[in-house]
Unconditional design. Structure first.
Length: 251
């Protein structure tokens, strides 16, 4: 039997955007990120491997629980629950990246995952489910781990994006968008929100009607990716160097 903290019906406090529990969750994720970026100095290969595998296990376990919860509530459908939305796909890609340390996966996660997951952290899709229900924690854990995975691989494993990888990600993202247009037409779904605007209020509501808002989303995506690349471009410009994706391990 489902516990009150995992059930469909919730009589506790509703989720409050930037309320105390939400703010504490964001602070915890930010603190871990700052520690990875600035505080964890020269970890051993064993410590790095343990962190990568643990974070991958948390991502996969949390996603499996998310699917089981929707199934138990009678809400699992192929129109909604396939891992085809950007962050849903990123969960599995980040887990694979952490295990394999694959650079191509890293580039997609750095450019696409950080921006999308950060937005989802600030406005999590928790519905009515407040602390301490499972649905309160699920989006914070999922999207927080996506961001932390990218930060970890950049700062600890010394991977970094390049102009070439940025171009590949933009090209690959557009191919994926076209594929989702076909999937949505076949399944009558709305993966990537490119079939129509979401039913729930989002920033997309401020954009022109379909299909023109897709172009706005593309422009926003490219702008965010350029912003994410800016620190590396500035560093290379100051040093007069050509960016290389090869990582230096220091061990």
């Amino acid at each position: 039997m489902l516990t009150p903290y995992f059930g469909k019906d919730w009589t506790g406090a509703p989720f409050e955007l930037f309320g105390v529990p939400h703010s504490i969750g964001l602070a915890v994720i930010l603190g871990i990120g700052l520690y990875l970026a600035c505080g964890w100095r020269d970890p051993s290969p064993r410590a790095r491997r343990a962190f990568r595998y643990t974070l991958a296990a948390i991502l996969v376990g949390n996603e499996i629980l998310w699917h089981l919860w929707n199934w138990s509530c009678g809400w699992w459908t192929i129109q909604y629950m396939l891992p085809l939305h950007l962050c849903s796909a990123m969960v599995w890609l980040v887990a694979a990246m952490l295990v394999t340390e694959n650079y191509t996966l890293y580039a997609f996660i750095y450019f696409l995952g950080i921006g999308a997951a950060t937005q989802a952290l600030l406005t999590p899709d928790s519905g009515i489910y407040g602390f301490p229900h499972f649905r309160f924690f699920q989006p914070l854990v999922s999207h927080g781990a996506i961001v932390l995975g990218a930060v970890y691989m950049t700062r600890i494993e010394k991977l970094r994006p390049t102009w070439r990888s940025l171009g590949r990600v933009i090209f690959g993202a557009n191919i994926y968008l076209l594929a989702m247009l076909g999937v949505n037409a076949i399944l009558d779904s709305n993966y990537l929100f490119v079939a129509h605007k979401p039913e729930t209020p989002t920033v997309i509501d401020l954009m022109p009607p379909w299909p023109w808002y897709i172009l706005w989303l593309e422009a926003m995506g490219v702008a965010i990716m350029l912003l994410l690349y800016a620190p590396f471009a500035l560093t290379d410009w100051r040093a007069g160097k050509v960016a290389s994706p090869v990582k230096s391990r220091g061990d």
